[in-house]
Design a protein around this ligand. Sequence first.
Ligand code: DC
Length: 225
Amino acid sequence: MKKIVITIDGWSSCGKSTLAKQMAKELGYVYIDSGAMYRAITLYFLRHHTDWSDTAEVNEALKNTVLEFHHNEKSAQSEIFLNGENVEYLIRDLVIAEKVSEVAAIKEVRCFAVAEQQKMGKKKGIVMDGRDIGTTVFPNAALKIFMTADIAVRVERRFKEMYEKNPNITIEEVKNNLEMRDYIDSNRTVSPLRKADDAVIIDNTNITMEQQLVYALNLLKQIKA
Ligand code: DC
């Protein structure tokens, strides 16, 4: 069967990566977490005290940023490396989540990340999740999904995930962060988060992970028919 590009966009914490991983596994495709790239760039900027209001500093920092994904056999996941260091775990911290939307709104950062993402999709056979994948990165993708879920459900899911790593975190912190990121991500000037006209909406507030996979695989059958 001919390999295609599948894009999954949507709000923060509405299960995009879960569905993307499920689909990639089922289809033998590569899964790319584009948000991890923005998070890793944010980590680099914070570590190097990059003043991201200064375009020259941003460009200089991006020149020194090499991002790669490597498959981890043990966890059966692809993990992000920043200049050779595995930062998959570090970039999930709230410190990064608090700044990432600001960094991801910078034009130069987006140009850099989008160019890398488009290279990864050249061979097709890829599922990429993010905010602008169906609109900007792969506007001609064969299957585009836009995910959504109720804010209360999203907060609950993200809180459980973050609480395992950091029991000091509060539900308010998680809720404020999700709302703040959704606001910045959908109101920025350069490729804001929005549904592509030809994307199919999946609202997973009341459906299980198994049901969402069945639904998405059916969409695939329809486009192949
Ligand atoms: O998917 P995530 O929550 O890990 O993404 C982190 C941030 O990165 C998100 O708040 C917005 C930004 N992002 C983006 O602007 N464009 C993408 N394609 C993916 C993520």
